[in-house]
Design a protein around this ligand. Structure first.
Ligand SMILES: NC(=O)c1ccc[n+]([C@@H]2O[C@H](COP(=O)([O-])OP(=O)(O)OC[C@H]3O[C@@H](n4cnc5c(N)ncnc54)[C@H](OP(=O)(O)O)[C@@H]3O)[C@@H](O)[C@H]2O)c1
Length: 367
């Protein structure tokens, strides 16, 4: 197949921190501003509104032999800048979408905070002729699959743990709550503020065999739960020493919610639950933006799946993600061969020792 006939996707991202901003400025702009203080550097980038084409997937092949190509466009802003200057950042996301469209993208995915601002993808979708998605549906699917597989691997599928969901009522946390509540699990949902939405949600959720408790107290939720799904937009809110021994944290957030430390605990699993791998049928290996070989964020996986399918429709937009859409994109991604069970923790493979120490702490020393 010649390159000009390939289906194309664009993926819009931003720098993950000031160090990445500095490196991007030096690499793509050869700018002496890259040598200035973090504060000056950030002010300069915000004023300039730089967008760089940072990565090309020349050709991706799925296990169903669908083929596509894509490019990632990066806003030179940090996550905090994106959240603090939302109207400027949304305009830049729209500009980046138009760059992707000009290149020929028929599907555009919004990564990390690009998917949070602008009414969670709605404003970008309204301004583009290409289809747009936040990729959140596959992200939810991947987190649930990770939970199921890890419980099996720990031989803890019979255990009925309490599950904390942090980052409610965000798009991802809301969908996770609905899915896990329907399964009759016992949930402690952490929301940072009391809003009318919470009352409406609890009034309308219906009855299931499980239970649902809403709290603003993150610490007490972590002390009462062995399974934690976490997906806040601010990140860096969970200290490892606040986790119960035997905890499994499915950290979906980007930037991460769990704070990295050099000698991390071995008796807890901290899983990069927003990371999946390209289909094994991928012919050329890719190392995308600081991820392991062929690892990608799951929201990019949704964008690629929709492109493989030539499904040029708006997919995951806004706060409410329909459960049938989550199931649909999960099924399609599995059919195309995306890999959901090569677990990573802070970007590295999870060691067998980490699994066995966590299992011992969760189930007792004889397991
Ligand atoms: N790896 C991937 O592929 C992938 C894909 C999609 C999303 N993500 C990441 O997942 C995260 C959530 O995405 P989303 O679309 O669900 O975002 P969202 O709809 O904006 O939800 C984020 C939620 O986090 C809450 N929150 C923010 N700071 C908090 C804090 N300090 N403590 C407790 N709650 C806090 C917000 O509360 P308020 O409602 O009070 O503002 C909001 O409800 C983001 O980090 C995003 O980058 C990763």
């Amino acid at each position: 197949m010649t390159a000009c006939h390939l289906s194309k996707f664009g993926f819009i991202v931003h720098c993950r921190n000031a160090t990445e901003l500095r490196l991007a400025l030096l690499r793509y702009r050869f700018s002496p501003w890259g040598l200035f203080s973090d504060q000056k550097l950030k002010e300069y980038c915000l004023k300039k509104g730089f967008i760089e084409n940072i990565f090309t997937f020349k050709e991706l092949t799925s296990e169903r032999q669908a083929v596509c190509q894509g490019k990632a466009f990066c806003l030179l802003l940090t996550p905090e800048q994106m959240l603090e200057n939302q109207s400027i950042a949304t305009e830049l996301v729209i500009k980046a979408c138009k760059m992707a469209e000009d290149w020929g993208a028929q599907m555009i995915g919004l990564g990390a905070i690009c998917a949070v601002i602008g009414a969670r993808g709605v404003e970008a979708a309204q301004s583009c002729s290409a289809a747009v998605t936040t990729g959140n549906a596959l992200t939810v699917y991947a987190a649930v699959v990770a939970f199921e597989k890890i419980m099996q691997r720990l031989e803890a599928d019979q255990v009925e743990p309490k599950i904390a969901i942090v980052g409610f009522p965000g798009s991802i946390a809301l969908a996770l709550t609905k899915i896990l509540y329907e399964r009759g699990l016992h949930l402690i949902v952490v929301s940072r503020r009391q809003t009318a939405f919470l009352k409406k949600f609890t009034d309308n959720i219906g009855t299931a065999a499980g239970s649902l408790e809403i709290t603003q107290d993150l610490h007490s939720a972590l002390q009462a739960s062995h399974i934690i799904f976490t997906a806040t937009s601010t990140g860096q809110i969970i200290e490892q020493n606040t986790l119960l021994p035997g905890s499994v944290v499915l950290d979906i957030a980007q930037p991460k919610d769990v704070i990295y430390c050099e000698n991390g605990r071995k008796d807890v699993l901290i899983i990069d639950a927003g990371t999946i791998a390209l289909p094994r049928s991928t012919k050329q290996p890719y190392r995308y933006s600081g991820f392991g070989l062929n690892d990608i964020p799951s929201c990019l996986g949704e964008t690629i799946t929709l492109t493989f399918e030539k499904k040029w429709e708006q997919f995951s937009l806004g706060r409410n993600l329909p459960v049938d859409k989550i199931e649909e994109i999960g099924r399609l991604s599995e059919q195309h061969g995306f890999v959901f069970d090569e677990f990573r923790s802070f970007g590295k493979p999870v060691s067998p020792e980490n699994f066995s120490e966590t299992k011992k702490a969760l189930l007792g020393p004889h397991n």
